[in-house]
Design a protein around this ligand. Sequence first.
Ligand code: THU
Length: 128
Amino acid sequence: MSREELLGLAREAALRAHCPYSHFRVGAALIAGGKLYRGVNIEISSYGLTLCAERSALAAAISASAGPITQVAVACIDTPTEAPLAARTPCGACRQWLADLAPNATIYIDGAAQNFTIADLLPYAFGL
Ligand code: THU
């Protein structure tokens, strides 16, 4: 699937984010074994237990015994266009999940011109 198509699906997923506290909607779309999986950020009343969109999508793929994850797209649809890259890239926890579960994926960030690998986002990642 093309970068723009997958980013479009991530933006569409973000419309279903459950974020009553931050109102910051994030969607993730990934391709694993040729199939599409999506996730959104899910906030609950105990804020620290929030699940990010990236981990939500990765959990969906792993739960379905999906094949290798080849592409991951992330869209923070409430980030203003002029905001810096940091306002649209995955958080540290999601980077570790990506390093473990999608080590060979190409990562697309909505609003960033370049594509990323997990090594770009998390150099010297922990691993067992
Ligand atoms: N969020 C994500 O879904 N992914 C990230 O990588 C960064 C942050 C969510 C968590 C929370 O619901 C909201 O964005 C604000 O931090």
